[in-house]
Design a protein around this ligand. Structure first.
Ligand SMILES: [Zn+2]
Length: 402
């Protein structure tokens, strides 16, 4: 994870949206013929960030919760006052497809402005068959109507809806939601929130088993609030990733290692909740795990689309090196989404998804925090963002900035 394979005075030849040749500028120019030249002016060029854990589609925000938390109120007090995940579920259920899509487009644009070109997105704020399908359909349209690539994940098991008992809801997820999601090909992955008070290890296993049978790949929210054995379940179930892992201990790390499960660490939610319990990134890397870092973009616990902010937290709070953080947010993240051969690095044959950052050393991305550094962003060789966030219509003319 420390080897970034940096080419100084480098260049990339792009053909038909893909990387053709990578090398020094001199080499590239010899092969360029009549190609259009984009001069990056000595700036850093990096593969587009791959954000492997977001909750991108929801209605409203959680500003009141935010202010209450700042006043020192607990999660229980906030939930009692009508906040918490339930308030987002109610607003998302009430929202139309059109309204959800408009809000999601605004947020998709934020991701692009931060240099992210692929985003995994989870459903989970509907918690009824129709509302979960609605969210997944919005993701499909987002994929079609913005340049950002969306990898959809079904997270019906995000929480137990208020109006239902957990066993009844499990039946609904397994017997109704999953088959519909799979038959309509609305999701690539299935995720479950494995935690006391949500879905325990046995219930989570039932959902993961059912999803696997339907051909979905698996992810899991594991050990965020307590060491519940979720990391071990991830290993047994051979999920692609185990996400969060704030409370995972040595045994859990060893289990992930032997099963080849990739950890997805989400320092933005630790930070935004005002906690100090970050996952043990260095131990995981030391154990040989291909660690991923992601934003966990969501209205409650991690309202940031900014991968550079996550790079900063990875280095300052989890003591990862800037190079490890770059690897974790690009190529490792791409592999965790089953796209390691297609995106995540600038190599011949891969999609020409990259960003030009207004700095001369890649470490500046993690070092200067709170200032946008993306100069321009390209997807499949077309510029989709430039001059500090203005959006061009280069890729798909329908990108509509709200
Ligand atoms: Zn999450």
């Amino acid at each position: 994870m420390l080897e970034l394979a940096i080419i100084r005075d480098g260049g990339v030849l792009i053909r038909d949206g893909r990387v053709g040749i990578v090398g020094t500028s001199d080499e590239i120019e010899k092969n360029a013929n009549n190609a259009e030249v984009v001069d990056a002016g000595g700036r850093v060029v990096l593969p587009g960030f791959v954000d492997a854990h977001t909750h991108l589609v929801f209605a409203g925000n959680r500003l009141d919760d935010f202010e209450r938390r700042a006043r020192g109120e607990t999660y229980e007090q906030i939930a009692k006052a009508g906040g918490g995940i339930w308030s987002t579920v109610e607003k998302t259920r009430a929202a139309s497809d059109v309204d959800l899509l408009a809000q999601a487009k605004k947020h998709a644009h934020w991701f692009l402005r931060c240099g992210t070109t692929t985003v995994e997105a989870k459903s989970g704020y509907g918690l009824t068959l129709e509302d979960e399908l609605k969210i997944l359909r919005v993701m499909r349209r987002l994929n079609e109507e913005t340049p950002l690539e969306i990898v959809p994940t079904f997270l019906g098991a995000h929480a137990v809806p208020r109006e239902m008992r957990v066993d009844k809801y499990l039946d609904l997820v397994i017997n109704d939601m999953l088959p519909r999601v799979a038959s309509q090909k609305l999701a690539e992955f299935c995720d479950v929130f494995c935690e006391a008070g949500y879905f325990n290890v046995e219930q989570s296993k039932r959902i993961l088993d059912a999803a696997r049978k339907l051909g979905l790949k698996l992810r899991i929210h594991a050990d965020q609030l307590s060491n519940s054995g979720a990391a071990k379940l991830a290993a047994e179930s051979k999920t692609a990733t185990a996400d969060h892992l704030e409370k995972t201990g040595e045994e859990g790390i060893a289990a992930l290692r032997s099963a080849g499960v990739q950890p997805v660490l989400l320092p933005g939610s630790v930070y935004a909740l005002g906690s100090t319990c970050y996952p043990r990134a260095r131990e995981m890397i030391g154990a040989g795990l291909a660690v991923v870092i992601a934003t966990d973009f969501n209205p409650g616990s991690s309202p940031t689309p900014s991968m550079p902010m996550i790079l900063s937290l990875a280095c300052t709070q989890m003591k990862m090196s800037p190079a490890q953080a770059i690897t974790a947010s690009t190529i490792n993240a791409a592999y965790s989404l089953g796209r390691g051969e297609k995106i995540g690095s600038l190599e011949p044959g891969k999609l020409a998804n990259f960003s030009i950052f207004d700095c001369e050393d890649y470490r500046e991305l993690a070092y200067w925090f709170g200032v946008p550094q993306a100069h321009s962003v390209y997807i499949k060789g077309s510029r989709v963002c430039y001059e500090e966030g203005k959006t061009s219509n280069a890729q798909r003319p329908t990108l509509n900035v709200q």
